[in-house]
Design a protein around this ligand. Sequence first.
Ligand SMILES: Nc1ncnc2c1ncn2[C@@H]1O[C@H](COP(=O)(O)OP(=O)(O)OP(=O)(O)O)[C@@H](O)[C@H]1O
Ligand SMILES: [Mg+2]
Length: 122
Amino acid sequence: MEYDNWQKEILKAEGDILVNTGRQVGKTMIFSHKIAQYMMDNPNHQVIVVSLTEDQAQLIIIMVLDYLQKNFKNIIQKGKNKPTKSRIWIKNGAHVISRPVGNTGDAVRLVPPLIGGDKRNP
Ligand SMILES: Nc1ncnc2c1ncn2[C@@H]1O[C@H](COP(=O)(O)OP(=O)(O)OP(=O)(O)O)[C@@H](O)[C@H]1O
Ligand SMILES: [Mg+2]
């Protein structure tokens, strides 16, 4: 699979990113790959992903894990901090957690270095 140009731009972009696209074009996948790359570049950082529903929250984790397993299998943490449906730790101490937060996001009160939202309302 080759990334589309807009997906390459997302991988390169720094700072806030807002994507306005149609359905099924590869948004969740590209942000999952960006999260995995961000974790590798930023030891001990925490990434929090907020989604509307539990299904979407889990899909992000599945896609991050799939990318890591295919490309960087040996950096996935094992044992106590092995991957679950809601979090992935890698061996440099970085990790991603993914939560369904409904429409308002009121449940997320942490201030992480990076927040990704999938189908988040403005
Ligand atoms: N550049 C690409 N080339 C080929 N297939 C791709 C590419 N990017 C993503 N895909 C595939 O497209 C499908 C949809 O990807 P994804 O779920 O990330 O899209 P989405 O935009 O988040 O969809 P939705 O609107 O349902 O949330 C997946 O099977 C994914 O592997
Ligand atoms: Mg999606």
